[in-house]
Design a protein around this ligand. Structure first.
Ligand code: NAG
Ligand code: NAG
Ligand code: NAG
Length: 413
């Protein structure tokens, strides 16, 4: 049962410790004439899943010949990541739980009896506690620092770290990970490498499992010996950072400022997002006013706010985050580009002058054209008149000369 080949040295020591410290039947609690002892042969084994340990035990010998009873076990263990005791009751003889292998492991267990001879009431035996404090191994101060993970747009996750202050030169880091659908730990699929060496790991979406423990360990080797192991256990859905909100558009209709945007790209479902809209308004008196609004209206990518009477210009920017319906945590995206309403003053005046100029030019040109046309027409008419006059005159003259006495001729001159 002991998977000693997969055991880190300290854990095998721990398992042996438990075996040698097995409690003897000293229980004060009795029921139906037998002692209600704690379970026997308690063992904690490490299947090599980076802190996901299995606890096993057997029925106490005092209860072996008991009939007409149900025997259950109450197991409590200290969750070092959540920093609280967790409690489970089970009829089974095994339980697996997540521990932080860098911290003391504390387990408490007792037997619960329910028999016909106790009239169906529950009898709890005495509780036994085991504590194991791991011996620190590795070069002093060599444990990595500032480890954190960000799951970008639910497309890929990056976990990064800084080296420990006491890290020897020429050290090499290794990252291993595990989740419950994996048979064994795997090494980082793609290291993020800086000039100082490996400083992070990039996980494609396919290597991750949501709503389940995702265990990580960063260790290392150096000419001066191995580095101190660092263990982490996260649930990846709580580390999502959505992409930047794009296509932000501001419009003004009937005194209302309306903001529209597109959800961020990536794999975060739209109903899992909340948005924060930040507005900065410049008032006519030059004062600035800033407001932030968190919008949890699911699947709504627009926002309206009445334009303030005294306002001159309003600018908006938006960011998003996974909402509480989809995860217990997350990171805000970066802010979108800032989009503003048109400035009230610069909106009117330039338009007017522009329109005025165009108008003036058009009117001017039209005036000139009309003037030219009228002159031309006038000229044409006057030429025609003169021509006509001349023609008539000569015609007349001829006729008159033919028929009239020469005394009348001066009238037509
Ligand atoms: C249970 O029964 C077996 C066989 O009858 C006996 O050898 C053993 O001592 C009993 N155990 C206890 C705890 O009474
Ligand atoms: C169970 O019930 C019987 C009768 O009601 C009573 O005499 C006896 O003392 C009870 N036993 C326990 C353990 O409560
Ligand atoms: C780092 O940890 C992994 C997983 O526990 C182990 O297989 C590997 O040998 C360790 N490497 C070093 C250098 O300690």
């Amino acid at each position: 049962m002991l998977l000693l080949n997969k055991f880190p040295a300290w854990l095998s020591a721990f398992a042996l410790l438990l075996l040698t410290q097995e409690p003897v039947s000293t229980s004060e609690v009795t029921a139906c004439g037998v002692a209600v002892d704690p379970p026997a042969n308690i063992e904690i084994t490490d299947p090599g899943f980076l802190g996901y340990l299995s606890i096993h035990w057997t029925l106490p010998t005092s209860l072996q010949n008991l009939t007409g009873c149900t025997v259950r076990y109450q197991l409590r263990y200290y969750d070092t990541y959540e920093e609280r005791w967790r409690s489970v009751r089970t009829v089974k003889l095994t339980y697996a739980a997540q521990f932080d292998p860098e911290k003391p492991i504390k387990v408490r267990i007792l037997t619960v009896l329910k028999c016909a001879c106790t009239n169906g009431t529950e009898v709890q035996g005495e509780e036994k506690e085991w504590v194991y404090t791991p011996e620190p191994t590795g070069v002093a101060e060599s444990r990595i620092r500032d480890f954190h993970c960000v799951y970008y747009g639910k497309e890929y996750m990056e976990c990064t770290w800084e080296s420990g202050p006491g890290q020897p030169p020429d050290s090499q880091h290794y990252l291993y990970y595990w989740h419950r659908e994996m048979d064994e730990t795997k090494e980082c699929p793609e290291y993020i490498i800086f000039s100082e060496g490996r400083r992070g790991c990039r996980f494609p979406r396919e290597s991750l499992l949501e709503f389940s423990k995702f265990n990580l360990c960063v260790n290392g080797s150096s000419p001066a010996g191995s580095l101190k192991m660092a263990y982490f256990s996260i649930e990846v859905q709580n580390y999502v950072k959505p992409a930047v909100v794009s296509s932000v558009h501001v419009s003004e209709i009937d005194g209302e400022l309306k903001l529209d945007w597109s959800p961020p790209s990536g794999q975060v479902p739209e109903h899992c997002l909340e948005y924060e809209v930040e507005s900065s308004t410049t008032m006519e008196n030059g004062k600035q006013k800033q407001e932030n609004m968190v919008l949890q209206n699911l699947e709504d990518t627009s926002y309206s706010v009445p334009r303030e009477v005294e306002s001159q210009k309003t600018c908006f920017r938006i960011r998003s985050k996974v909402n509480m319906y989809c995860a217990d945590g997350g990171f805000w995206s970066d802010w979108s580009q800032t989009k503003c309403t048109e400035n009230k003053e610069t909106q009117c005046i330039p338009k007017l002058t522009y329109l005025g100029l165009v108008g003036l030019v058009v009117i001017g040109i039209a005036g000139v054209i009309i003037l030219c046309l009228s002159l031309w027409i006038l000229k044409k008419i006057s030429i025609k008149k003169i021509n006509k006059k001349d023609a008539l005159y000569s015609l007349y003259k001829e006729k008159v000369n033919e028929t009239m006495p020469t005394i009348l001729s001066p009238i037509f001159k």
